[in-house]
Design a protein around this ligand. Structure first.
Ligand SMILES: [Zn+2]
Length: 95
């Protein structure tokens, strides 16, 4: 992989990490996990756990970092949804 393509892939990985932030902040700040399916997020977590050995074996740094980002973010979302996401905020209450 050329350096330019690898750089773009790392930028994409950073965007993936940033994309998780609004969801995590909403759960923590509002104690609202409206629309979050724990089953779906658990499946995504298992998928990333199953993918990461291949990423490590292929020594693809972007692939490795992407899976670590996914695993950490998904664990955060599952944790905060389970322990802090029992309310429905005002915005989601009227949807
Ligand atoms: Zn909400």
């Amino acid at each position: 992989m050329s350096m330019n393509l690898e750089f773009l892939a790392f930028v994409g990985t950073a965007l993936v990490a940033i994309a998780y932030v609004p969801q995590i902040v909403h759960i923590i700040a509002k104690h609202c996990a409206y629309g979050i399916s724990l089953k779906a997020w658990l499946i995504w977590l298992v998928a990333s756990i199953l993918i990461i050995p291949h990423a490590l074996e292929s020594q693809n740094n972007v692939f490795i970092v992407l899976q670590v980002v996914n695993i950490v973010a998904i664990v955060f979302i599952l944790f905060f949804t389970y322990f802090h996401g029992q309310k429905i905020c005002k915005v989601h209450k009227f949807l």
